[in-house]
Write a protein that binds this ligand. Structure first.
Ligand code: NAD
Length: 261
């Protein structure tokens, strides 16, 4: 028996990073997953690896409502219903607030905040029609505190928590639970410059990132995407059956305070 037997879950940003690990774990626990992303090649390859009886890929730019409508239609056609959503897609831009161009700020809002809103708006009615289910939104450590140079990002992640709480209240009567994961630093391409920049020396940049989080995080390391996936599984499955509207921090103790030594 898997913890998600019989469930059909849409996961955005599922081509790599945390979304990929959520897809792998959810399939291992018996779910059928719809992998949604803008990285079509990687997303299709992952769906192929997971097998067509368990996974399907759809192109979905979460900031575009027409893409959501098409993705919902495709998901229902493939697996018959949708009873879970993980709003995981997100982007990060580094800039001092006073130097952040309006277009950059709006781009981050469009993906992280509007994308989450559109996911809830388009998928919640399907979950209700399926008899209830879950939504897990991906917020961040920066949904609960500030950090220099990530103003646009932190603003959107605070907003994701607001959306989570309101959606939980509005959808509880429809048997839909809505919670948020708030990861600290997680080892994915988003936090590892060498994974995104072919010019970066992978050994050097990896060592610099490791050193930074060894100092900042009480547990002395970054989180792994598999650890966030385990939390998303908890919030999607019945183990969290009486929990809704909550932020779940997964950060190795970072938000608890700083180590002196
Ligand atoms: N890595 C971290 O340290 C960290 C910490 C806190 C929160 N998060 C959040 O976790 C989530 C997953 O990030 P990750 O760490 O796996 O990073 P990642 O960059 O590896 O993965 C993000 C995924 O989202 C996809 N994506 C980006 N824009 C999209 C769009 N418009 N439509 C659909 N898909 C889109 C990307 O193609 C990618 O597959 C994000 O919401 C991120 O903000 C990450």
């Amino acid at each position: 028996m898997g913890k998600l037997d019989g469930r059909v879950v849409v996961i955005t940003g599922a081509a790599r990073g945390q979304g990929e690990q959520e897809a792998r774990l959810f399939v291992a626990e018996g779910a059928k997953v719809v992998l949604a992303d803008v990285l079509d090649e990687q997303g299709r390859a992952l769906a192929g690896e997971l097998g067509e009886s368990a996974a399907a890929y759809v192109h979905l730019d979460v900031s575009q409502e027409a893409d959501w409508v098409a993705a919902v239609t495709a998901a229902k056609k493939t697996f018959g219903k949708i009873d879970g959503l993980v709003n995981n897609a997100g982007i990060l831009r580094f800039n001092e607030l006073v130097n952040t161009p309006l277009e950059e700020f709006q781009q981050v809002v469009q993906v992280n905040q509007v994308g989450t809103f559109l996911g809830i708006r388009n998928v919640a009615p399907e979950i209700e029609a399926a008899g209830g289910g879950t939504i897990v939104n991906t917020a961040s450590y920066t949904a609960l505190t500030g950090m220099a140079f990530v103003g646009a990002y932190a603003a959107t992640k605070h907003a994701v928590l607001g959306l989570t709480r309101v959606a939980a209240v509005e959808l509880a009567g429809k048997k839909i639970r809505v919670n948020a994961v708030c990861p600290g630093a997680v080892d994915t391409p988003m936090t590892n410059p060498a994974a995104l920049d072919p010019a970066a020396d992978p050994v050097e940049s990896r060592a610099a990132v490791d050193e930074l989080y060894r100092k900042l995080v009480p547990m002395g390391r970054m989180g792994q995407p598999e650890e966030v996936a385990a939390l998303a599984l908890f919030l999607t499955g019945d183990d969290s059956s009486y929990i809704t509207g909550q932020p779940f921090v997964i950060d190795g103790g970072w938000l608890a305070g700083v180590s002196l030594f």
